[in-house]
Design a protein around this ligand. Structure first.
Ligand code: NAD
Length: 338
């Protein structure tokens, strides 16, 4: 079978080509799937996509007309895919439901610590041979409180690190995770978590029920000197509201690996262009904000597992085997979140 892989990073390409070698012919493209690029997929029975692919109605319709039957998404999150439309069109959609949660959890703490200990500013200073410490004072984490929104696989790994720091653990989730409870996590209402936490980290998926889970009201409930970290999905945070609160001098700092309007920006080199996104441009001006471009998952272990699972998703489709990674067609019970 011929497979067309969209949105392939340079480091990822040899891994994908090697993993499919001798099994299927794979063509890797660095461009992302969207309205403009979807014609390239005509004639490919299987395509593989990444987080910022546009798999909305019209793109899915064009894919179906062009003969595509399998979409193998190389991520856990699938908020970029209109599953109802995919199902109506008779497409099969698979994702990677598990890969190293440590990749994202460790990165979330990297962001929190970079903000807390002013690492970016310190590094810029020393490169300029300015060795003063003014303005670089951080805080010990031991004895402080972390609030974890979403205590699934990544939230649990994040909580284990917080436990290692000696922090008090607060959690918010629709279901308690016994492993987190065993570490001493106390599950509370979101408002209580926000009001008590020194570090708030987001690990829920982006769903209609979690869209802007951190809105203006939520931001105002947080301590003035709290740190907010989002390494899950940009749409969890109302960015306009965040900019407003930062402008008012609230929050100690923010670490963002995701941004709600990241599609068309993140993973791309825009350094020679005028950025038309005023919200992002304003966000970049705050000295206490660190932004990375959706790289939390980007470790050798996680990318290796994502590629291996994608090969397995294609093999299962060819063999007519249903696995836990299949989102569409849905199981009659309505499962599929995996
Ligand atoms: P998971 O399914 O193991 O955990 C998600 C948790 O959120 C579950 O415990 C679930 O009960 C909880 N949850 C779901 N809906 C909720 C709601 N409405 N209210 C409260 N809690 C709710 O998922 P995971 O593997 O831990 O991944 C979490 C998210 O991390 C993914 O959905 C994805 O968006 C994001 N992610 C980001 C990157 C990155 O590189 N930045 C990489 C992988 C995953």
């Amino acid at each position: 079978m011929d497979i067309l892989a969209f949105g392939v990073q340079a480091d990822e390409r040899p891994l994908i080509e090697k993993a499919f070698e001798g099994k299927h012919d794979v063509r890797c493209l660095d461009v992302f799937l969207n309205e403009d690029t979807v014609p390239i997929a005509a004639g490919y029975e299987a395509i593989s996509t990444s987080v910022n692919a546009d798999l909305s109605r019209s793109v899915l319709q064009t894919l179906a007309v062009g003969g595509t039957q399998l979409i193998a998404q190389r991520s856990t999150g699938f908020n970029n895919i209109d599953l109802d439309v995919a199902e109506r069109l008779g497409l099969t959609v698979a994702r990677v439901s598990y890969y190293s949660p440590y990749s994202v959890a460790e990165f979330a703490w990297t962001l929190a610590m970079a903000v807390n200990r002013r690492i970016v500013r310190a590094s810029n200073r020393t490169r300029d041979f300015d060795f003063r410490l003014d303005g670089l004072m951080g805080r010990d984490l031991r004895g402080r409180t972390v609030g974890v929104l979403g205590t699934g696989k990544i939230g649990e790994a994040f909580t284990r690190i917080a436990h290692g720091f000696g922090m008090n653990l607060l959690g918010w989730d629709v279901a308690e995770n016994p492993a987190c409870v065993e570490l001493g996590m106390k599950y509370v209402e979101k408002d209580e978590l926000l009001a008590s936490a020194d570090v708030v980290s987001l690990h829920v998926p982006l769903l209609p029920s979690t869209h802007h889970v951190i809105d203006r009201a939520a931001l105002r409930r947080m301590k003035d000197d709290a740190i907010l970290v989002n390494s899950s999905r940009g749409g969890l945070v109302d960015t306009e509201a965040l900019v407003g609160e930062l402008r008012a001098g609230r929050l100690a700092g923010v670490g963002l690996d995701v941004y709600e309007a990241e599609a068309g920006l993140f993973f791309l080199d825009k350094s020679l262009e005028v950025v038309s996104d005023d919200t992002l441009a304003r966000l970049m001006t705050f000295p206490n904000v660190v932004v990375t471009s959706h790289q939390a998952y980007y470790t050798e272990e996680a990318v290796g597992q994502i590629v291996a699972a994608t090969v397995e998703n294609v093999a299962a489709y060819v063999a007519g085997r249903r696995t836990g990674n299949v989102l569409v067609p849905r199981v009659p019970s309505g499962g599929g979140q995996g």
